[in-house]
Write a protein that binds this ligand. Structure first.
Ligand code: SAM
Length: 222
């Protein structure tokens, strides 16, 4: 096994950990249902589950699993899945809500997983906190832990490659950088990391006026 990147406690990782620790309870209370109110998102998750199961029996990691509801949804679709999240508080809440599943604390820039072990990797709305200069590190990690032919499903709010620093969320003080990317920017980074594009879908904003959201499906080549 090659050594994971020794980049622990990068500023953006530490900011994400502290910010999500601060808002974990409120985030979980406000978003109790994972993808429950979004039929198209659920359909994309089901497609991902079918592809992963059709390829083999290796496990799937939900990276940035948050409250764990999507992890549980994937488990209910028959996928052997576990969650990884940088926020210990989020991990504690996910374990409490889904005691039948495994969740551990870890960061996507340095995954505590051997090479070529995952049949799939899911990262929904978690790479939005990674600055551009670290996307090669993160996508390199995703590629490293996937088996050849393994699938990656990403979701992120889109924008014209904009950046925003959140200092307050749900009444809590945070220091959370968010990167709203054009899907093409993400696709280009994936290609450089050796992750081949399979599909990209952009969903228009909900009635609540949030940003458009992209789902990108890629596959480890080789
Ligand atoms: C917006 S929430 C999304 C949660 C979940 N994926 C969902 O869609 O319901 C982002 C999650 O990513 C986690 N996260 C942020 N940066 C991370 C990192 N470097 N490594 C792992 N998890 C991270 C946060 O702690 C948070 O739980």
């Amino acid at each position: 096994m090659s050594q994971p990147n020794a980049l622990l406690d990068l500023g953006f990782v530490q900011n994400a950990r502290e910010s999500y620790d601060a808002i974990a309870e409120e985030y979980t209370r406000r978003f109790p249902d994972g993808l429950g109110h979004r039929p198209l998102d659920r359909a994309l998750l089901r497609g991902f589950a079918e592809l992963v199961k059709g390829r083999g029996s290796e496990p799937v990691a939900d990276v940035g699993s948050g409250p764990g509801d999507v992890t549980a949804r994937l488990h209910d679709l028959g996928v052997p899945v576990f969650g990884v999240d940088v926020s210990p508080r989020m991990v504690a809440l996910a374990r409490r809500a889904h005691p039948q599943l495994r969740f551990h604390v870890g960061s996507m820039d340095s995954l505590d997983l051997p090479d070529r072990t995952l049949g799939g990797l899911l990262a929904l709305y978690s790479v939005i906190h990674v600055p551009d200069e670290y996307l090669p590190v993160v996508f390199g990690e995703f590629r490293r832990v996937l088996v050849p032919g393994g699938y990656l499903l990403l979701a992120f709010q889109t924008g014209e490659d904009e950046e925003q620093r959140l200092t307050e969320r749900f009444g809590c003080e945070v220091a959370l950088d968010c990167f709203w990317r054009d899907p093409e920017t993400v696709v280009a980074h994936l290609a450089k990391a050796g992750l081949e594009l399979q599909a990209r879908v952009v969903l228009e904003p909900d009635e609540d006026g949030t940003r458009p959201r992209a789902f990108v499906l890629a596959r480890r080549s080789g």
